[in-house]
Each structure stands twice: as C-alpha cells, then as structure tokens.
Design a protein. Structure first.
Length: 280
C-alpha cells in the first residue's frame, strides 16, 4: 500500500492510498458520509481487481485528511479535491467510483470539469440531489438518527458517548445483513474520526444535479442495493432515466453497502466494467 498526500481545493491536505498494478487502468474510490478509504478495504485487496491501479481517498473532513473549519458547502472545493487526486497522481482516464455522499462529490466534479478526462463513472448507492427532489431520495433509515424532539443521541451529537451510540445505530441500518463485529468496529471507528460539525455541515447543502447527469457521456454503471434504507432505490432509477446509456445493476437482499455485503459480485462487475474500457 502506497500513501500519498495530495493538496486539494483551498490547500486542503488529502490522504490518499494506492495499491494494485501501477500500469493498470486507474480506479478511484470515493467513500460515503462519515467514513474513510477503509470502507474500500475489500476492493483494495481484491484478486478480481489486482490488474487495475487502485486509488482510495479520504474526503476532506474525513479519515486522515485535513478537517477545515468551513467550506463544506462549496461545490468548487469538492470538485478541486477530486481533480487534484487525478492530476497529482497522473491518473490517465480513471474510473471514478462514488458511494453514497460521494454521489454529490462526483456531481461537483462533473459540473466543474465535465467527463472528458474520465474513463467511466460508477455510482454506488447514491443520490445526486439533496433537499430538492420530486422523487424519494433518502430512505427511512434516517429516522431515529437525526435530531428530533426526543432529545436522544443523534449523528450530530457533540459528546463522544452519544455520537458512538447514534453512529452505531445508523451503521446497523446501513446493511441488510448484520456486519460481523470487527467490520462494525472498523466502520464505527471511521465514523467517529469525523468531527460532528463536519457531519452536520455536509447536509447543509441544497443540490440539484439533473443537468449534470444529462451531460454524462462516458460509460456509467449504477449499483444499488434493493434493500437500501439510507438512499432509496428510486434514486438509482432516477439516475438511470437521466443517463440513458448507463447500466443499472440492482442487488437483491442488499442494503446500502453492496461492495461490502456482496463483495464478490461487486468486484466482478467493476472489473468487467473497467476491463471493457481498457479493451476499448
């Protein structure tokens, strides 16, 4: 595993890890809300993907990347972060893989830079609209995790104990099949590395990105768990309507983490998708 420090938008230092074949097609993994590059551990170690150059970044405010006080509501910063990873590591026509909140980050990049420098895009359990949807974007898994009148622990709780209780509850809703104990602790550890102020700031944005989706021309794969309670499956169908050439792959019996709950299928489909680009 090789480690890189990349300077992103506004001088924000980003932690990036790399493995795989340096000569292979680059695949860049971008994790979801309140997680880290460790979410892609199985992909970074996958035999099915060993022929590709595998890169995973900690988003700003997450993991071992810098955690600025503000700026999380600025699309330009997120776009610059992704472009900085691409340019600094000299990634030639990479496949960008975005999970959950990274759907917004991919849209930020596409709005600023388009898709000319990309080989392909993979949306995993994403919505690209926030607070402006005519369709059901977020699922019922958020109930009990966000602040309410009960005064109980929630995912923005500043206290460590309350935050741990709330984030553990949230993580258990993310999956259709319970995580093993060590995996749950790994995801929980990544979640708690993110300051509560960052978790809350990420949802201060109001986004509408259908116009960005309409302009995507590179090959696109949309992956979504049928039992996803964090991002509703209607979001995947909405993306497919706006990216008519996209491949829509629905995972029966799977929740918000197809790459973890159905690793073998996910890695196989990603390898086939990226491999077809290489052959082309």
């Amino acid at each position: 595993m090789r480690h890189h420090s990349v300077t992103g938008g506004g001088g924000t230092r980003l932690n990036v890890v790399e493995t795989g074949d340096p000569a292979g097609r680059p695949i860049v993994f971008l994790h979801g809300w309140s997680q880290s590059h460790a979410a892609w551990q199985r992909q970074l170690q996958s035999p099915a993907l060993r022929g590709f150059r595998l890169v995973a970044a900690d988003l700003r405010g997450h993991g071992d990347s810098e955690k600025p006080v503000d700026g999380y509501d600025q699309s330009a910063g997120w776009a610059a972060d992704v472009d900085a990873v691409r340019a600094t590591l000299a990634l030639d026509r990479p496949v960008l893989v975005g999970w959950s909140y990274a759907g917004y980050v991919l849209a930020d990049y596409l709005r600023a830079h388009g898709d000319a420098a990309l080989g392909g895009i993979v949306f995993v359990g994403v919505t690209t609209d926030l607070g402006r949807t005519a369709y059901r974007a977020l699922g019922d898994g958020w109930v009990g995790s966000l602040p309410d009148d009960s005064g109980g622990p929630h995912v923005y709780s500043p206290g460590a104990e309350d935050a741990a209780v709330a984030m553990r509850r949230f993580l258990r809703v993310c999956v259709a099949t319970p995580l093993d104990h060590l995996s749950e602790l790994q995801f929980l550890g990544s979640a708690l590395l993110v300051p509560p102020r960052v978790r809350e700031a990420l949802f201060a944005r109001r986004l509408a990105n259908d116009d960005v989706l309409d302009r995507i021309r590179v090959p696109t794969l949309i992956v979504h768990g049928e039992r996803d309670r964090i991002v509703d499956i209607e979001s995947a169908r909405h993306l497919a309507e706006h990216i008519p050439h996209a491949i829509l792959s629905i995972y029966p019996g799977v929740g918000h983490t197809p790459f973890w709950e159905a690793t073998e299928r996910f890695d196989r489909e990603l390898a086939a998708f990226a491999g077809a680009l290489t052959a082309a």
